[in-house]
Design a protein around this ligand. Structure first.
Ligand SMILES: [Zn+2]
Length: 419
């Protein structure tokens, strides 16, 4: 099964736009309601039944079962009778909200952190239409239940043989997009590792360095856009909150954020394609960029969006039939790629000059070569079985936004509900 996600700009008219926004609000309240049920249940199970709780607890009947996914889904029709507003949203879209919450809940249970949070006003930004009985996409229009036809800019055709599985409607700044999931019923073998390997090291001073000696500087336009953003944000902060002028300024800021996102993504895609042009096997570090973003270089790390870049490289490799692998990131800058000897150097040392074998090259190129060596080792020892291969599912923008939370402790245990 081959899944691709294409994103198209759509142009809903004012009433449709209003309707989408209302639906999102209804979905948000259902999400929060369902989360409240889960939270209340958890709170009521925090002390033994025969004790009096010292802290604030919600006493629920001990027979009451955990509000699971099926239970909450089955409760939707009843809730619709009580709150007729819920019926305005297509029922499958509403069901997806509950499913989304439980995906988050399960994820929380597996990791032991990242409890789902209530969504504030405006934090619910997408609607998922999970199923279509007939093809909803034509060259000019998108047809959705209960809302009718919406003009779409089909800037690239739906590839032949693919059918539309689901559509996610998204709002970015004041623009609307449809993320269309396409599926084709063929099986594609994972790419076999062969050909020219390259290691890629990404950093702040140089955006990336490859083991072949290519260095790419971080593009200048980010700095320019960044200062523009600062200006707009300052203007916005001077406006009175909730006033019309504040709203105008807010939209300008949101548009610029959106533009920065798009520019960055475009840059990342071009770099990823350039990597695939240069080699057949691409190796990168398995750094946890979110943890490094918390440290000294926080803002710059997030601006460069290394995590996004890595998933884009992974996706482009998959699409072009190249092999992608991640290697252990520890000490890549402290090792000589030629003789493997350890040599300490701090961030100020820009040139790798090995005292043992006299190998001399750029510091980042040296780390990229270490990454390449580790990648080759990984393939030859473990084989490529069980290694990560790319898929379109976790492409940025394709799915739900991930939480930015970073683990405080992996070992914290949470009580699992008995279902
Ligand atoms: Zn050496």
């Amino acid at each position: 099964m081959l899944t691709l996600t294409h994103r198209y700009r759509i142009y809903p008219d004012t009433t449709q736009e209003q309707q989408f926004i209302e639906w999102m609000e209804i979905c948000r309240s259902s999400y929060n309601y369902a989360l409240r049920e889960i939270k209340d249940w958890c709170n009521s199970r925090k002390c033994a039944i025969d004790r009096c709780s010292l802290e604030k607890e919600y006493i629920l009947s001990p027979e009451l079962k955990f509000p699971g996914e099926v239970y909450q889904l089955n409760n939707l029709p009843r809730a619709k009778k009580e709150f007729p507003k819920l019926s305005e949203v297509p029922s499958q879209v509403l069901q997806q909200v509950i499913k989304q919450l439980h995906v988050g809940w399960k994820y929380f249970q597996e990791r032991g952190f990242g409890f789902p949070r209530f969504k504030k006003y405006g934090q619910f930004k997408s609607l998922l239409f999970p199923q279509f009985s007939s093809n909803p996409v034509t060259d000019l229009h998108l047809k959705l239940p209960k809302i009718g036809v919406i003009p779409v800019n089909l800037h690239r055709p739906i590839p032949s043989g693919f059918e539309v599985r689901q559509i996610r409607i998204m709002r970015k700044a004041d623009k609307w997009y449809a993320s269309i999931s396409l599926q084709c019923n063929v099986s594609v073998p994972d790419p076999m590792p062969h050909g020219h390997p390259i290691g890629v090291d990404i950093g702040l001073e140089k955006f990336l360095a490859t083991s072949d000696g290519t260095l790419v500087k971080p593009p200048k336009f980010f700095k320019q856009l960044q200062s523009e953003l600062k200006l707009l944000q300052r203007r916005m902060s001077r406006k009175k909150k909730r006033s019309k002028n504040y709203e105008k300024a807010r939209i300008k800021v949101a548009r610029l954020h959106h533009k920065i996102d798009n520019t960055r993504k475009d840059f990342h895609y071009k770099q990823a394609h350039a990597l695939c042009d240069a080699g057949d096997l691409v190796f990168m570090e398995d750094l946890n960029y979110r943890t490094s973003a918390k440290g000294m270089f926080g803002k710059h790390m997030l601006d460069a969006a290394f995590g996004q870049f890595r998933s884009i490289v992974k996706y482009v490799c998959w699409k072009r039939g190249k092999f992608f692998g991640v290697v252990d990131a520890r000490g890549t800058s402290q090792e000589c790629p030629e003789c493997g000897e350890e040599m300490r150097k701090d961030l100020s040392v820009r040139i790798h000059d090995c005292p043992y074998c006299r190998y001399r090259t750029d510091r980042d190129v040296a780390s990229a070569q270490v990454i390449r060596n580790r990648g080759i080792e990984l393939i030859s020892t473990a084989g490529h079985v069980g290694m990560e291969t790319a898929c379109a599912a976790d492409l940025p923008g394709a799915g739900v936004t991930q939480s930015r939370q970073v683990a405080k402790s992996l070992h914290r245990t949470t009580r699992k509900p008995k279902e």
